[in-house]
Design a protein around this ligand. Structure first.
Ligand SMILES: [Fe+2]
Ligand SMILES: [Fe+2]
Length: 261
């Protein structure tokens, strides 16, 4: 990995060298919603030495054999959308169900001693609803659209404008989701287990930490790999056959979606 990589964006480094994700996470460098900054800019903001970070990425990459490397970054849009739904959407729903079961109990038992739990419960409730609506919009509108874009000759069925429009809605949702998780993380002091925590409290913190970490990777795969591929593919199709230009923005509101159920 060349030192010129410090001028690459964090998102593109995380896509081309997946082992960098654990290095970025360890140093608190945002590779999902903040993935548009260059490594140099992100390190300057965090007071880190970009060359030292590059050296860690190089070490992490060298430690992983070719056979062990995650292969999602070489997937086409259809496979990547399938992978995201199968892995991250399923995991998010499982973790949210686990948190739903634990949070009211922990709040009831520890809310007086830990008033921060009330704010966490309020933030989590909004995050949960927004993420459910967001994943439904991806699964019913955007991901099928991306799969059609990748299928030669597939006719686009949807309003006549660019796929970049629903993508920017999704990126905006990602920013909101990341901000909500950051508020939860800060309120819980980075998920540090308090001395008086019971087993349920510890299990709640562990589930919230897992949801936070997995959401970062989930957003990274969409913002930095799947969505740019969609915009690129649409541009290529339009350049080849302008009349076939597959443009649309369904981007339905939650009411819109529920009314079709
Ligand atoms: Fe998603
Ligand atoms: Fe998303």
């Amino acid at each position: 990995m060349k030192n010129g990589a410090i001028r690459e964006t964090i998102g593109s480094i995380a896509v081309s060298r997946p082992e960098s994700v654990s290095v970025f996470a360890r140093h608190g460098l945002d590779f999902c919603c903040g993935g548009r900054r260059t490594l140099q800019q992100a390190c300057e903001a965090a007071g880190l030495d970009p060359d030292a970070i590059l050296a860690e990425i190089r070490d992490a990459t060298n430690r992983v054999g070719d056979g062990e490397r995650e292969d999602w970054h070489s997937m086409g849009m259809t496979d990547l959308a399938d992978h995201i739904e199968r892995v991250h959407h399923v995991r998010a729903r499982d973790l949210i169900a686990r948190i739903d079961a634990l949070l009211p109990r922990v709040l009831g038992a520890h809310g007086d001693a830990h008033p921060e739990l009330r704010a966490v419960a309020e933030t989590f409730a909004r995050f949960r609803e927004d993420l459910f609506d967001h994943m439904i919009r991806e699964e019913r509108v955007l991901f099928p659209w991306l799969r059609r874009l990748q299928t030669p000759g597939a006719v686009h069925i949807g309003p006549p404008w660019s796929v970049s429009r629903p993508i920017s809605c999704m990126v905006h949702d990602h920013d909101d989701a990341a901000a909500a998780l950051a508020r939860i993380r800060d309120a819980l002091s980075g998920y540090t287990t308090p001395a008086d925590a019971c087993a349920s409290y510890a299990a709640l913190l562990s589930a919230l930490r897992e949801l936070d970490e997995d959401t970062k990777v989930h957003i990274h795969k969409e913002n930095n790999a799947l969505f740019p591929a969609g915009i690129r593919t649409e541009a290529e199709r339009t350049a080849r056959a302008p009349s076939d230009s597959p443009h649309a923005c369904l981007c339905p509101t939650p009411e819109h979606i529920h009314s079709r159920e």
